[in-house]
Write a protein that binds this ligand. Sequence first.
Ligand SMILES: Cc1cc2nc3c(=O)[nH]c(=O)nc-3n(C[C@H](O)[C@H](O)[C@H](O)COP(=O)(O)OP(=O)(O)OC[C@H]3O[C@@H](n4cnc5c(N)ncnc54)[C@H](O)[C@@H]3O)c2cc1C
Length: 476
Amino acid sequence: MPEAERSPVAPEILLRLREAAGTGGWVDAPDEVAPYLDEQRGRYRGATPAVLRPGTTKAVAEIVRICAETGTPLVPQGGNTGLVGGAVPAPDSTEILLNLGRLNRIREVDAAGGTITAEAGCLLANLQRAAEEVDRLLPLSLGAEGTCQIGGNLATNAGGTQVMRYGSARSLALGLEVVLPDGRIWNGLKRLVKDNAGYDLRDLFIGSEGTLGVITAAVLRLFPRPRQSVTALAAASSVADAVKLYAALAAASGDRMTGCELMSERALAFALHHLPGATAPFSRAHPWTVLMEFHGGAGDDLGAAVESGFAEALELGPALDAIVAQSAAQEQSLWRLRESIPDAQKREGASIKHDISVPTSRMASFTTRADQEVESALPGVRVVVFGHLADGNLHFNLSQPEDMSADVFEANRDRLSRIVHDLAVSEGGSISAEHGIGRMKQADLARYKSAEELDIMRAIKGAIDPRGILNPGKVL
Ligand SMILES: Cc1cc2nc3c(=O)[nH]c(=O)nc-3n(C[C@H](O)[C@H](O)[C@H](O)COP(=O)(O)OP(=O)(O)OC[C@H]3O[C@@H](n4cnc5c(N)ncnc54)[C@H](O)[C@@H]3O)c2cc1C
């Protein structure tokens, strides 16, 4: 139903929802509701008559059933760390917010079978710890892991720093439990690595951003915990050399690289400037820096292999300088530099952010062209690039020129984003590598997806959620 035609949620519906949410599952005091309504970057602020926080899948199903029956729009929300406004209700207070935070039991950890079965509201960091306690690794790792929930990670098919080795959230999920838009529960909590029996419903719900169903639980894969890790930082003069460096070290380490993060000179300078106690890693600034992590087993020659890989890269050219961390403290301080970039950029004023991906072989041409085109469109714009090099995923961000007000800079948002997205697509890439579409990139999706793709997506939405109650106004 178009937002303009919606009416407020009737009091009798609210009464039924309150009962379905159960004890402790109802929040409507304005000061308690407020923290659920703001998107991370402050670009969207919603309103709702109530936040529902059910503690069981059955209660979620009953809530969705009431919403389906009454045509009441419902917005699923996890940790609300998403960056495209997907978990925030519309500002007209006609949508109910369904927060999954109380659905947070770990149902089973099967160390021998390499799986963990967890409810959607479990914090990602808690699941990582639960895996560690049985000497296993849950390799999904991202900056928001202390706040985001596994349901939100799956709903956005989250990536993070170890995708190159273990894949994104989709690759880690073996099974799902989902409340469908009519209130039925689909129990797909299988533990199968192989299952070709018909359409893959699991993969349909993963990445659907709360528009097709409410994920209530999942079975995730666990891996052996690495016995040793090596972290290194290297400098390169161009993106092309950074890509060569990645390929050289991936080979030299025997394919034991698990993370490979690229930072531009300005991105690193912002981090060094704003991170308390940070010190420059090299004696001079370099155009590009690459942070790499390698994992190995007990008794591996990992350190020696990485050291000799860098020695060769320094001799042959793609590396200008390199440091291999000698202690856990040094490893952490190198990772802190990378992780502090988003916050450092915030401190530099207004920013326009992009989350694009291109084939790794096109990263050099994309960054060169995009850099030139945004600079000529808005002279003085400060380009800040960082991202997951091995995945071809770049946060090609723009900070306001030093001599321009935030408002004037913001007025250029659509024009500049159009340049960056057009270029990414022309290089065979995507406008959203990790964060999804949400509310923010709806128009972009319509612009860059083909008519065939959009038709199929709309048909799927119409078939599964014919009344359009789940997360309306998002994605499509
Ligand atoms: C500092 C920081 C670093 C980040 N780094 C990364 C990164 O490296 N890689 C990456 O991919 N993302 C990253 N993100 C984005 C964000 O953390 C991820 O998208 C995360 O997976 C969202 O999880 P969440 O629980 O916060 O979901 P929310 O923000 O609450 O929701 C996101 C979307 O999923 C839907 N949703 C949430 N829970 C459910 C559910 N149970 N069932 C159905 N739909 C649901 C919502 O409706 C919404 O559309 C980062 C964000 C921050 C703030």
